[in-house]
Design a binder for this molecule. Structure first.
Ligand SMILES: NC(=O)c1ccc[n+]([C@@H]2O[C@H](COP(=O)([O-])OP(=O)(O)OC[C@H]3O[C@@H](n4cnc5c(N)ncnc54)[C@H](OP(=O)(O)O)[C@@H]3O)[C@@H](O)[C@H]2O)c1
Length: 378
């Protein structure tokens, strides 16, 4: 029997990875966050709300072993004896835990994303069975490079980073490479783009990056005194955002990303670091993001070349959010040749457009008025 451990199993991506891994493995060890309560309850509610067979939900307590950990602490907060025992049992470790706080400070992000990765690598190094590490990174380790093609083997900080989250994930990947070289061990690095879903939000489910954007727009409108006003048509306040008219972003349905990652892990590792871009074969235009904003909030989003001198209170609140505004200027693409070599031609037929994204942000949404352009280029 292959013994597999997973970190971050309660996360937006981790829950989907967990479901895919349960299709392949009879049992799993979940290295969960000790600071959070009711892990099994959260997982059970996710499985139930996403239509998992009842049998799977009922079997869950017998199929998963929950080990509470804190990845930001030495040995994950486990005793030396238990850490050693655990290490010796494992054949594979999937590391999906992390902080995706795009507004976070570098020190806090490093504690979880860099030190957490270090703890996972130490666990892998301590095990007699030499477990293979599957490290979940991000396509955004490419940093503030806004144009051109990013290749799977590229990893450098020459372009700096849009925010501290990107830098912390880059540093974690650098650590993975150094560890693989020092220990002569394979690591599979999986780099998804922005993960999205059309599954409506629910208080029991983890939040995803576009929900944060939605929340911040609501807060910005309230701060600027636009609460309660309906702002019909042209009276809606204008939100000027620095961005590129022909910009585009890669957004990957989270379920498709998890499926692809688990399929990529079927391949015998090369013995070094194998990095895969886990991306959609079509980008979403920046104009779809601004259309999404207008459908979420009573405002008119306009792209401008440079920050205006006379910013409104609304614009001042939104302008500095490092999780969205810099990306409106992105034109780069991700080469996924290595991933495609394993996966074959794209099998995902999920169309990511404004309606898809809206479904993942509102329980129900109004029908698009006739004549409104669609979001995606597909
Ligand atoms: N979401 C995206 O768009 C996206 C895109 C590209 C790459 N990624 C990468 O994918 C991975 C998963 O992201 P996600 O969207 O699933 O994030 P998420 O929903 O925020 O989940 C993060 C997971 O990490 C756990 N965790 C956080 N701090 C921990 C700690 N100190 N010790 C142990 N566990 C801890 C959380 O547990 P609790 O919930 O119990 O705190 C949760 O299970 C991350 O590495 C992220 O960088 C995400």
């Amino acid at each position: 029997m292959v013994n597999v451990a997973l970190t971050g199993a309660t996360g937006f991506l981790g829950l989907r990875l967990l479901r895919c891994l349960l299709e392949r493995h009879r049992t799993l060890t979940l290295l969960t966050h000790s600071a959070s309560a009711d892990t099994l309850g959260r997982i059970t509610r996710f499985l139930a709300s996403t239509g998992a067979p009842e049998g799977l939900t009922a079997e869950l307590p017998a199929r998963v072993r929950v080990v509470p950990t804190d990845l930001s602490r030495p040995r994950m907060g486990l005793s030396a004896a238990f850490f050693g025992e655990l290490a010796d049992e494992l054949d594979a470790i999937w590391h999906s835990a992390g902080s995706i706080n795009l507004q976070g400070d570098l020190a806090s992000l490093r504690r979880v994303n860099v030190e957490g990765t270090r703890a996972v690598l130490e666990l892998a190094a301590a095990g007699h069975r030499r477990p293979v590490v599957h490290h979940v990174s991000t396509a955004f380790v490419a940093g503030a490079r806004r144009e051109g093609v990013v290749y799977e083997d590229e990893l450098d900080d020459a372009h700096d980073f849009e925010n501290s989250y990107e830098r912390s994930k880059y540093e974690a990947e650098v650590l993975v490479h150094a560890w693989a070289r020092a220990h002569h061990r394979p690591v599979v690095v999986l780099r998804p783009s922005i993960l999205v879903t059309d599954h409506p939000p629910h208080p029991d489910l983890p939040r995803h990056p576009l929900q944060v954007m939605d929340q911040l727009m609501g807060e910005a409108l309230r701060t600027a005194g636009h609460v309660g006003t309906r702002h019909p048509g042209p009276d809606r306040p204008v939100l000027r955002l620095v961005g590129r008219r022909y910009g585009h972003l890669n957004m990957m349905p989270v379920e498709d990303a998890a499926t692809a990652m688990v399929r990529l892990s079927d391949r015998e590792p090369s013995g070094r670091v194998d990095t895969y871009h886990v991306v959609h074969d079509h980008d979403v235009p920046v104009s779809a993001v601004t259309e999404l904003m207008e459908r979420l909030a009573p405002l008119r989003a306009r792209l401008v070349d440079r920050r205006p001198d006379d910013v409104s209170a609304l614009e001042a609140s939104m302008d500095f959010y490092p999780g969205i505004t810099p990306y409106l200027s992105h034109l780069r693409r991700y080469d996924d040749t290595r991933a495609r070599t394993v996966l074959g031609p794209p099998r995902s037929v999920t169309r990511v457009d404004v309606d898809y994204l809206l479904s993942g942000l509102r329980p129900a949404h109004p029908v698009r008025p006739a004549g409104t352009p669609t979001g995606g280029p597909h």
